[in-house]
Design a protein around this ligand. Structure first.
Ligand code: GLN
Length: 263
């Protein structure tokens, strides 16, 4: 969304976008979504997170531009929202190594970009995580969390109540991870688990500023459009509610999955 990415477009009439202090100036160009390393990190259809952000932006008249960055390419620094998915142990270790060497994601997060990282991606943006034999592997240090390997895998449906500060309805998702995660002082739990495992201590995920990590697949933004809108609003400002018809599939999916977790 910065003039850096696109030739300036003629000014269009429309509501003024909210501007946040310390963030780059916003022009009328499109929202830039960066899908990081799907060749290494994208389990359980995590790409759905990208599709949901595009759709929910489009329904509000916000244009998007999606950039897919495989692990042999540099991560562009000028994106607005960065997405990372889950992955198996070895691709996860490779992803962490390459992202550390590349530096693009760290630079973008430092500049105030929004980051949503799921499962393996969540562990990778932390200070360290447990490798395939449990050995500590350095992460990116974007989020103040540390992960290790737990005794058993957390597998199945998960439900968690979101930190009330964020104003997002309860989360529903699917989890499948061996990792357990401890939060440092610099991160807050995203949610409190009511069914399932999450971080392993009764909390689920973590956030700090505009960086969010979660163990939830589903994909998480498909099942939890409120979280998708929170991320979009961090870039585009307050968003209008969508007409009920546009929310019907998500509403039904949530109802079904929440009932499944309760049963
Ligand atoms: N390999 C990590 C773990 O088992 C992440 C798994 C995942 O992303 N589904 O904890």
């Amino acid at each position: 969304m910065t003039p850096r990415h696109r030739a300036p477009e003629p000014a269009q009439p429309g509501p003024e976008r909210a501007r946040r202090p310390g963030r780059r100036r916003r022009g009328p160009s499109s929202l830039r979504l960066v899908w990081v390393y799907p060749d290494l990190l994208s389990t359980y259809g995590d790409r759905g997170n990208l599709l949901v952000l595009q759709r929910r932006a489009r329904l509000r008249g916000i244009a998007t531009e999606a950039v897919t960055v495989n692990a042999d390419k540099p991560v562009p620094r000028g994106g607005d929202i960065y997405l990372m998915g889950g992955g198996e142990d070895l691709p996860q270790i490779l992803a962490a190594r390459r992202l550390r060497a590349d530096g693009g994601l760290n630079a973008a997060a430092e500049a105030g970009a929004v980051v949503l990282a799921v499962c393996a991606g969540y562990q990778v943006i932390g200070a360290e995580f447990g490798g395939s034999e449990g050995e500590p592997v350095p992460g990116l240090g974007i989020l103040d969390i540390r992960s290790g390997r737990g005794e058993r895998r957390g597998v199945g449906e998960i439900v968690a109540d979101v930190d009330p500060e964020l104003g997002v309805p309860r989360l529903t998702g699917f989890e499948n991870h061996q990792g357990v995660t401890r939060l440092g002082r610099g991160a807050r739990p995203l949610a409190r688990v009511t069914a399932g495992v999450g971080n392993g201590d009764g909390t689920e995920g973590a956030y700090a500023g505009k960086v969010v990590g979660t163990y939830l697949h589903g994909p998480v933004l498909v099942r939890n459009p409120g979280l998708a809108d929170l991320l979009l609003s961090w870039v585009a400002g307050p968003l209008a509610a969508l007409p009920g018809a546009d929310e019907e599939w998500a509403r039904r999916l949530r109802e079904e999955r929440l009932a499944a977790a309760a049963g």
